[in-house]
Design a binder for this molecule. Structure first.
Ligand SMILES: [Zn+2]
Length: 157
């Protein structure tokens, strides 16, 4: 919430539309992005390895016109990453929540629900075992059916 408010203040100060090209990425999103980057697919620029990207915290943005926005964003707590990744800014302030563990824990729980014979620790840590299972997970998701609807409490169509 603090990051959002700081972003709103910067936009109000400048009085201009801020164009954001990337914000939050879940572990699966970052994992695929990194995999595609390494394979030279999709024309992706330099991409951090999963668990290292600050986009997974929900406190990072990539924007257009970084030079024009830099003084406005930095005055509100958004720090420019530097020339190495020039359109990237991170938000730093004590007491701000980092949500990067939530989607990892969600994947671990979903994996365990669908693979009770091969359980992962449900701790939100992207360890080598979790990475291996993420690589094995089907892009279309886990099978749907009566068993899942009962255990998950959802009814899938
Ligand atoms: Zn970025």
């Amino acid at each position: 919430m603090a990051a959002k408010k700081a972003l709103e203040k910067a936009i109000k100060k400048r009085g201009k539309k801020l164009i954001i090209s990337s914000v939050y990425r879940s572990i699966t999103s970052q994992y695929l992005r990194y995999k595609y980057f390494k394979q030279g697919q999709c024309g992706l620029p330099l991409t951090s390895i999963p668990r290292k990207s600050t986009h997974q915290t929900g406190l990072a943005i990539d924007i257009e016109d970084y030079k024009g926005w830099q003084p406005y964003l930095e005055s509100e707590g958004w720090k420019w990453f530097g020339a190495f990744d020039s359109d990237h800014f991170d938000f730093f302030r004590s007491g701000v929540s980092d949500i990067s563990k939530l989607p990892i824990k969600s994947f671990q729980q979903l994996w365990n629900l669908n693979n009770p014979e091969d359980k992962l620790l449900e701790n939100g840590v992207f360890d080598s075992k979790t990475e291996k299972r993420l690589n094995q997970a089907l892009a279309d998701g886990f099978p749907k059916g009566e068993k899942c609807s009962i255990e998950c409490g959802f009814i899938f169509q």
